[in-house]
Design a protein around this ligand. Sequence first.
Ligand SMILES: *Cc1c(COP(=O)(O)O)cnc(C)c1O
Length: 339
Amino acid sequence: MTGIDWKSLPFGYYKTNYNVRCYYTNGKWSEPELSNSEFMNVHIAATGLHYGQEAFEGMKAFMGKDGKIRLFRWRDNAARMNSSARGIVMQEIPEELFYKAITMAIINNKEFVPPYGTGASLYIRPLLFGSGAEVGVKPAKEYTFVVFVTPVGPYFKEGFKPVDFQLVRDYDRAAPHGTGHIKVGGNYAASLLAIVRAHNEGYNSVVFVDSKEGIYIDECGPANFFAIKGDKYITPKSNSILPSITNKSLMKIAEEIGLKVEQRPVRVEELVEFDEVGACGTAAVISPIKKIADRSNGIVYNFCKDGKSGPVSTKLFNKLQGIQYGDEIDKYGWITFVE
Ligand SMILES: *Cc1c(COP(=O)(O)O)cnc(C)c1O
């Protein structure tokens, strides 16, 4: 027994029993190893520390009513991690090794998978970095792949309730031909000043605009942006957006419930025309947005005027969570049972 109060779990790190590590040395990956330490020895000249050769993933496992653990769309995360690896010249991870490592981490921490009905889930964090020593700027010859898991509650402590976002124009999280489309820590480092300032100014998170022209909505700090306008699900298209698996899933569900999906550049001024807007990602699934305040000109766009999340966002959220917890039929083959 873990003694965890599942219903009040934050979205944060919680120590579990084991994590998993694999090492790429002499041209090959080692078999995954279990470790019960939260620490690792890293070479002081590792490229991951100096030159940002580091990428991560975030995915979740859910406990169903039937007591079975459901892993959501893991192949998409494996593929995206390799896309990140290619983007910053790191060694890729074979899909079977990725699967072996994540399932090993889940199975050895079974008691940390939150029970059905608590709204909590097991967050899985794969991490890949250059662990070989280099001083000149070049890719490492050695890599380390780590997987840890942590039980999490909802990302925003308000849960599925509309929150306030700040639109920022004076910081960019990613360059037009940079690394915005891959999940590397450097993008997060670049977003921290804007995020911390937004928190200090009373907002939950930020919306970044495109860094070339500054007129289109790009994405939110750690989540994609979407809007509902009449019978349309609209989400930005841009080279610097991280392709969210949650967004991709919501687009499918949107079509299923009769919405037309538009993936195209979205101008900031269009915000006045939207019925509902939200941020989407693994952590929160959907964070409905109540207000977006443009920090540079003071314009405020209001949504959810009654303080409640919009009907379409709510429906999308419930459908997707339903599939994840096994309450809805998995017609797209998104679920893998972990045994
Ligand atoms: C991880 C991430 C997302 C969300 O992607 P999901 O696959 O839905 O979790 C969105 N934006 C950024 C910048 C991210 O790093």
